[in-house]
Design a protein around this ligand. Structure first.
Ligand code: AMP
Length: 371
């Protein structure tokens, strides 16, 4: 089976690495001009229709690892080859207003929000919701880009100019206990499996650490997250891996932040820490194969390597450490690699995470909600 992947970054690279044991082959279609997968067959798409024809001639089915794609392109591909997940999932997930409307329709709680199209409306929304609020561009935002925290309604006009986008979503600022994510996989036959939820530590909007399973997570909270993501999967008739990022509040409640229609950075821990990785399970799902066990093997933490690489030999000398490099050049804020650390107990795991962070020049101090 030759799998066509829209997008050609590290997520595509890791999909391919998971697919070779299943005798899959991979053809990537990059729309950014900067592919980094470094594996499989990579084609760079620039509106040349013959290139799209060449791509489609090579592949049996199409998936994606990047959702900021023209929906019309995905719809055109869908006319000619099976696409999993469907273009509808891309359409919804690349627009925060559509995403929030879907959460509302399915009864999935979110932070209170308003949609605004003018600096005055932004100021009014900041007053109504009560500062601080977070303003985010409705489209094209990721890793905290296109966002501003407004601490006083008087800052609204500056924030509007700084974001520079015609339509924003304004959200009440959530005083969360921790950020968590739930990753689930839905097969072509509608079967759904769920990974244990992870705690995600972000700094400046970029994910730094993901740890799972959580030592203090109530079964009822995992069940609630499972119910939310199952509702999304069923509504979208989704096939493949879906990620839902949530805020956990002081009373244990969950508020949905955003979702990603793909394998996700907060699921990289599953490569070494779960019986079946998110990448393998995505490939199983889209090919109509049985889904694999999502249980964690051991407490696991994923440490992102951002901006500058650490010394590989030192990192690999840590016990039960697994280095996954993306073969990219160093640049501030760029995701270059991650390290998965496993340990029999959470206490030992935290020691290993601190030892790992000390070896990475740009790593912030690791702190988790349950310490
Ligand atoms: P996002 O791009 O929506 O995932 O936002 C990036 C990061 O900004 C999140 O991971 C949070 O750390 C923070 N953030 C976003 N929205 C809110 C909110 N409503 N309240 C508090 N923090 C937020």
């Amino acid at each position: 089976m030759n799998i066509g992947v829209l997008g050609a970054g590290q997520l595509g690279r890791m999909l391919a690495l998971a697919g070779y044991p299943l005798a899959n082959r991979f053809t990537f279609l990059d729309t950014t001009g900067h592919p980094s997968a470094g594996i499989g067959d990579v084609m760079v798409y620039t509106d040349q229709h013959h290139l799209l024809d060449d791509f489609l001639a090579k592949v049996d089915l199409v998936t994606y690892e990047f959702e900021h794609l023209p929906v019309a392109l995905v719809q055109a591909i869908e006319e000619r080859k099976p696409v999993y997940p469907s273009s509808e999932a891309i359409r919804v997930c690349q627009n925060r207003a559509e995403e929030k409307a879907l959460f509302d329709r399915l009864g999935i709680p979110t932070p209170a929000y308003r949609l605004v199209e003018h600096a005055d409306e932004l100021e009014a929304a900041a007053r109504e919701l009560g500062c601080p609020v977070v303003a985010k561009s409705v489209t094209e935002g990721y890793d905290g880009k296109g966002q501003a925290v407004i601490r006083d309604p008087a800052e609204a006009h500056d924030a509007w100019r700084a974001i520079g986008h015609p339509r924003l979503i304004v959200e009440a600022f959530v005083d969360f206990v921790r950020e968590v994510s739930i990753i689930a996989v839905r097969g072509r036959d509608g079967e759904v499996v769920f990974y244990p939820m992870a705690e995600n530590v972000h700094v400046d909007g970029i994910l730094r650490y993901s740890l799972a399973p959580l030592p203090d997570l109530d079964d009822a909270v995992q069940q609630t997250a499972d119910d939310y993501i199952r509702a999304l999967l069923d509504e979208l008739d989704y096939v493949g891996v879906l990620t839902l990022e949530l805020f956990q509040t002081r009373d244990g409640g969950l508020l949905a932040n955003e979702m990603a229609p793909r394998v996700h950075n907060s699921g990289h821990w599953t490569i070494d820490g779960a019986v079946t990785s998110q990448f393998e399970n995505h490939l199983r799902a889209i090919q109509g194969l049985p889904l694999g066990d999502t249980a964690a093997r051991m407490p696991t933490c994923m440490v992102n390597v951002i901006g500058r690489e650490g010394d590989a030999a030192e990192l690999l000398a840590l016990p039960d450490a697994h280095l996954h490099r993306y073969d990219k050049s160093e640049r501030p804020g760029r995701k270059l690699a991650h390290v998965n650390l496993l340990a029999p107990t959470h206490a030992e795991l935290l020691d290993r995470v601190r030892a790992c962070a000390a070896l990475l020049p740009e790593a912030p101090a690791p702190t988790f909600s349950f310490e």
